[in-house]
Write a protein that binds this ligand. Structure first.
Ligand SMILES: C[S@@+](CC[C@H](N)C(=O)[O-])C[C@H]1O[C@@H](n2cnc3c(N)ncnc32)[C@H](O)[C@@H]1O
Length: 280
């Protein structure tokens, strides 16, 4: 399946081949979330993931739930009006801008992902509230300066004003040669005081064997995922003030009182750390 060259302003250099015959990480994640942007090969891979990690679908939903709560906190309580979401994934409603603009219609959101498959489905990311603005850029998190220089980003966000950087389930995909802590520092250094960092990151602290299996599985398919212990995830927040309750597993970060079943999950059930920090 090829995608037209001009897709809502984001221009790939050449037509995109979606490789629907093989599983794709963003689409496998979409299967786990109950989405419709996936193909038989993705559904088969999702089934294999569920063998190593039977609650993978719950993990995906809880990860998404943290993004929703963090975005709501940032827009409602922290007064944030600008967001940069890197590693956006295939659009899944509610997307970040729908949450932020529900209380702050004039909120401005830039989405970024390095995967052409996300670009192919990015139309849903442009449905901004008329008072606000959304934009999508194809960019690699491993090249933070290129993201910061991007003309669409500069046109959409005012970097003299606070920005919330959201890195949800993306940092653990960076290849080993990238210094992930330096990447986050470079991005946060570019933002004004009062900016925030929200992230989730995979850990093997609870289920080392299952995480090793998943990591080996991705490695065998030419992809890379690196889980980290709590202390290393905490380092992303060096120099920032962590918002209560600090760094915790995703489902313990300010859970919604009505969230059914979240209180019956153990830490090991959702091996992802989540945190939100403010730049002073
Ligand atoms: C598991 S999905 C997470 C999607 C979304 N943030 C969420 O949590 O629901 C990871 C996303 O990160 C993107 N990604 C992985 N490595 C990236 C990189 N180096 N630069 C930008 N995006 C990346 C993938 O293409 C994928 O869409």
């Amino acid at each position: 399946m090829a995608v037209p060259e001009d897709w809502m302003g984001a221009r790939p250099q050449e037509p995109i081949d979606l490789h629907t015959d093989r599983p794709h990480a963003a689409r496998v994640y979409d299967v786990l979330l109950g989405g419709k942007t996936n193909y038989p090969a993705d559904r088969e891979a999702a089934e294999q993931t569920l063998v190593s990690l039977p609650n993978a679908a719950t993990i995906a939903r809880q990860n998404r739930g943290f993004m929703h709560r963090a975005a709501r906190y940032l827009a409602d309580q922290a007064g944030i009006r600008q967001f940069l979401d890197i590693g956006t994934g295939i659009p899944t409603s509610p997307n970040l801008h729908e949450i932020a603009q529900a209380t702050v219609p004039k909120a401005r959101i830039v989405y970024a992902d390095n995967d052409p498959i996300v670009l192919a489905h990015s139309r849903a990311l442009h449905t901004s509230h008329p008072e606000g603005r959304t934009a999508y850029i194809q960019a690699d998190l491993g090249r933070p300066q290129e993201i910061l220089r991007d003309a669409t980003l500069r046109d959409t966000l005012d970097l003299d004003e606070p920005v919330a950087l959201t890195l949800i389930a993306v940092l653990h995909w960076l290849p080993p040669e990238r210094d992930v802590h330096a990447v986050v520092r470079e991005l946060m250094d570019a933002f004004a005081p009062g900016s925030y960092l929200a992230l989730t990151y995979a850990t093997a602290d609870f289920e080392p064997q299952a995480l090793q299996e998943i990591s080996d599985n991705f490695e065998s398919k030419g992809s890379h995922v690196r889980a980290r212990p709590r202390a290393e995830v905490l380092r992303f927040f060096d120099g920032l003030e962590l918002v209560d309750p600090g760094l915790t597993v995703v489902h313990r970060w300010r859970p919604d009182p009505v969230e059914i079943g979240a209180d019956s999950l153990s830490d090991a059930d959702i091996p992802l750390y989540a945190g939100l920090g403010r730049k002073g």
